[in-house]
Design a protein around this ligand. Structure first.
Ligand code: ASP
Ligand code: MG
Length: 449
């Protein structure tokens, strides 16, 4: 069997949902279990409603209108979602009366998105001739702790799902399971963190021993660079889990690697596919090392601040690094890159973080300068560290484009080389490196004269 997960845009409107039905139809022989997100934007709308209810009566009419419009467009019964909509109304009224929104009530609130989505998708499949059944993940064993908003899945969920999901649907029925939501031991609904439906797909895939997990989204797969920066970027056919993990930090939002870990641990291949172009091959993400060594993708991230800490007196004394990290820890500021010399330490953080307090603490024992407006570039590829000429080519390429590199980090990970440049040169640097490591196909394939 396979797990097919459809994200928010893939189930965002009637046309897309019909397309989902066609795609599921094309996979019937592989006995799919479908996992769905809420319609794109619905989770946010639910959060907004809950937050407004704290302040007074709210009108959930826009959301109702969207859902009933969807039912009408799909020619589904207008009362298909009435029990969810009624419950939603009562919950909003409860929040208003109490005047307080707890993380637990917010999770219940957010659950409506996926709970409505499974009904809509299952009914559409059934109407198109594919018998399907909406399934609440928490009714078939998905159990978490009580960390509302970011709940942790409990180990026993896997065996429970393997036992209970097959019993839930008839042999010829496709189960359509809620992504993102679960429940805790006390029976309260929980959620797995924003974007958590991928995680649900990985859990169900691992629990059921799927042959493959398909993540259906709105792009062709993972690309060699951000296509908004590099129009010639190409879709990668295959990448390793570690490569995907490195890219995720740089906003390659296709998939969050932490969420697919259950699948990787169970050696289940994952394929990222485009709902609008179902015949494209997508990107396959595999555990273990990638097929070949070398640069696989180039990512970047702006909004980075460089912090330079120098202390002639202290640096080589033991305890210096501990004090330095303690200052960041105290103010909960995350460090990305770090590089050290005999008398100084350079580190980078996201510019959004409150650095002033950290800098003040650091100034008690070192000189500190803060340099905003930087960007991190990251080259990702298995075995990059061991490919001899990569760094040489990176520096030669950037020098040709007059791009200065402020910090370099190599070797911390087998699959990543990171560089810090001025944000104003971020796009130019990505383009130059992409040209260098991914020469245009025509040029590469043309016979040499
Ligand atoms: N609907 C949830 C969210 O918007 C989960 C998901 O889409 O994966 O975060
Ligand atoms: Mg998503």
């Amino acid at each position: 069997m396979i797990v097919m997960k459809f994200g928010g845009t893939s189930v965002g409107d009637a046309e897309r949902i019909r397309q989902v039905a066609r795609i599921v139809h094309s996979r019937l022989s592989r006995r799919p279990v479908v996992v769905v997100s809420a319609q794109g934007g619905v989770t946010n709308a639910l959060i907004d409603l809950a937050e407004s209810a704290v302040r007074g009566p709210v009108r959930d009419t826009a959301l109702r209108r969207r859902l009933s419009g969807l039912l009408a467009d799909l020619a589904l019964p207008p009362d298909l979602l009435s029990s969810e909509i009624d419950e939603l109304g009562s919950l909003l009224e409860g929040i208003r009366l109490v005047g307080d929104l707890t993380p637990r009530s917010l999770d219940r609130m957010m659950s409506f998105g996926e709970r409505c989505s499974v009904r809509i998708v299952a009914a559409t499949l059934t109407a198109s001739g594919i018998p399907a059944r909406p399934v609440a993940s928490y009714d078939v064993g998905l159990l978490t702790d009580s960390t509302y908003g970011h709940a942790e899945v409990q180990r026993e969920s896997y065996a429970a799902i393997a036992r209970r999901l097959p019993a839930m649907a008839a042999d010829d029925e496709v189960p359509v399971v809620t992504g993102f939501v679960a429940r805790d031991r006390e029976g309260f609904l929980t959620t797995l963190g924003r974007g958590g439906s991928d995680y649900s797909a990985a859990i169900f895939g691992a629990a059921l021993g799927a042959d493959e997990i398909e993540i259906w989204t709105d792009v062709d797969g993972v690309m060699s660079a951000d296509p908004r920066i590099v129009p010639a970027a190409r879709t990668l056919e295959r990448m390793s889990f570690d490569e995907a993990a490195e890219l995720a930090y740089y906003g390659a939002k296709v998939i969050h690697p932490a969420t697919i870990h259950p699948a990787v641990r169970a050696s289940i291949p994952i394929r990222v596919l485009n709902t609008c172009r179902p015949d494209a091959r997508g990107t396959q993400i595999l555990g273990g090392e990638g097929a070949s060594k070398g640069v696989r993708a180039i990512a970047s991230k702006g909004g980075i601040t460089l912090v330079h800490v120098a202390s002639l007196r202290m640096l080589l004394q033991h305890g210096f690094m501990a004090r330095l990290f303690a200052a960041f820890e105290r103010h909960r500021v995350v460090i990305d890159m770090i590089s050290t010399s005999e008398v100084s330490v350079s580190l980078t953080t996201d510019s959004g973080t409150p650095l002033d307090a950290v800098a003040a603490d650091l100034r008690e024992f070192a000189e500190v300068s803060v340099d905003r407006g930087k960007a991190i570039l990251c080259l990702v590829g298995e075995g990059l560290r061991d490919v001899p000429d990569v760094l040489e080519r990176v520096f030669a390429t950037l020098r040709r484009s007059d791009i200065a590199v402020h910090v370099v980090s190599v070797g911390a990970s087998r699959v990543n080389v990171s560089l810090l440049v001025d944000a104003a040169q971020e796009a130019a640097a990505v383009r130059a490196l992409h040209d260098e490591f991914f020469p245009a196909r025509e040029a590469a394939e043309a016979p040499r004269r």
